[in-house]
Design a protein around this ligand. Structure first.
Ligand code: GLA
Length: 401
């Protein structure tokens, strides 16, 4: 029977769908990616600096494991059709950076695209999927982000399935991040194919705005992206995550409270936590937000249940996320322009989550409240919670049994 033992990654028929079964992303992937701050302005020197800073800042210890080189790293194909690496950016070769990353205990993420060209106009994988997957494996990649620019009407399920099969054939375990912007509802079919799928177009570093890039395409602020997650939670779980795009914590026009709220909400959503800020200039506050281990623990909770919004009144939202062992995360979000004073009676309403079959009934069960940003106990659910929440800020609590 031994020869029938399960390989690391295999496909089984589950509910009629091919399903990828592996343990590469049992919790949402965490890392750092070049794109949000640097777009095409990076080279090997800058990346080595980022790697060093990921370690020395404590981000690695907080869980940020993948260093993801986004668009703009590929050169032309060689005479045999293999991808080359942009020699100007990587005079020592990408393999050298890969070794540097691995020697620091981190992992390498690479980027490609399902079209002939990436969004930035660089060589992409269409027609060379198996050859490129081999190259990613040779370069020591542990993660592939696969974009959707210049896809020219090709079938999304087919394109992402082809690259999944190519990655499996290359025999190096790689997290597969499907960056298809939600165009073809990847939450409906992605679980068998990738470990995470983008649910929206690109994020931009503002609280509540849309940037239309002169009519070419839209990028969305944090609140816009948040609202686009409605109805998707049932599709996420260990090994297959909704991806509301990378973090803008510490970037653009986001204030400290907005960055904190953005981070808290991504944790409530069980979103991949891929930082995208300049680690050389990051403020102490930005670092404190990104490395708040108690907030990260909400994101990384092993049950892998995406949180949900329960009320939406007077610009105040309450988000709930059931956690392993009977705890809950609860996040009050003030989307309004003025501070909000709350008097929250935990015993008044029973919160039922049909998806996880969990119930928060504070009339029957008393929980201790831990404020995850003040990092202290702030009461119990048998008392009414009195608090003032600043504009565009959150009160994020762990309810502990
Ligand atoms: C698309 C993706 C982004 C980024 C850029 C790179 O817009 O959605 O996340 O990868 O391409 O050009």
């Amino acid at each position: 029977m031994k020869r029938f033992l399960l390989p690391i990654a295999l496909l089984v028929a589950l509910n009629g769908h091919a399903q990828r079964v592996d343990s590469l992303a049992l919790t949402p992937p965490m890392g750092w990616n070049t794109y949000n701050t640097f777009a095409g302005n990076f080279n090997e020197e800058l990346l080595r600096e980022m790697v060093d800073l990921l370690v020395s800042s404590g981000m690695k210890d907080a869980g940020y494991a993948y260093v993801i080189v986004d668009d703009n790293w590929t050169g032309p194909r060689d005479s045999l059709g293999f991808l080359t690496v942009d020699a100007k950016r990587f005079p020592s070769g990408l393999k050298a950076l890969s070794e540097y990353i691995h020697a620091k205990g981190l992992k390498l993420g690479l980027y490609s695209d399902a079209g002939y060209k990436t969004c930035g106009g660089y060589t992409a994988s269409r027609g060379h999927e198996f050859q490129d997957a081999l190259m990613f494996a040779r370069l020591g990649a542990d993660y592939l982000k696969y974009d959707w620019c210049n896809a020219e009407g090709i079938n999304a399920v087919g394109a992402y399935t082809t690259m999944r099969d190519a990655l499996l054939a290359a025999k190096r375990p790689m997290v597969f991040s499907m960056c298809e912007w939600g165009n073809n509802k990847p939450w409906l079919w992605g679980a068998g194919i990738g470990h995470l799928w983008r649910t929206t177009g690109d994020i931009t570093a503002c609280w509540d705005c849309i940037d239309d890039h002169g009519g070419k395409y839209n990028s969305y602020g944090v609140m816009q992206i948040l609202d686009m997650q409605e109805g998707l939670r049932a599709y996420a779980g260990p090994g297959h995550w909704n991806d509301p795009d990378m973090l803008e914590v510490g970037n653009g026009t986001l204030t400290v409270s907005e960055s904190r709220a953005h981070f808290s909400l991504w944790c409530m959503l069980a979103a991949p936590l891929i930082a995208g800020n300049d680690l050389r200039t990051m403020s102490k506050t930005t670092l404190e937000i990104l490395t708040n281990k108690e907030a990260v623990a909400i994101d990384q909770d092993s049950l892998g249940i995406q949180g949900f919004r329960q009320t939406n009144a007077d610009s105040l939202e309450i988000w709930y996320k059931p956690l392993k062992g009977g705890d809950w995360a609860v996040c009050f979000v003030n989307r309004g322009s003025k501070a909000a004073t709350i008097g929250h009676d935990w015993k008044k309403n029973v919160i039922r989550d049909d998806l996880s079959k969990r119930e928060l009934n504070c009339a029957q069960q008393r929980y201790v409240l831990r404020d995850l940003w003040k990092k202290k106990k702030v009461g119990v659910t048998s008392d009414v919670l009195e608090s003032t929440i600043g504009s565009h800020d959150v009160l994020m609590l762990r309810l502990m049994k």
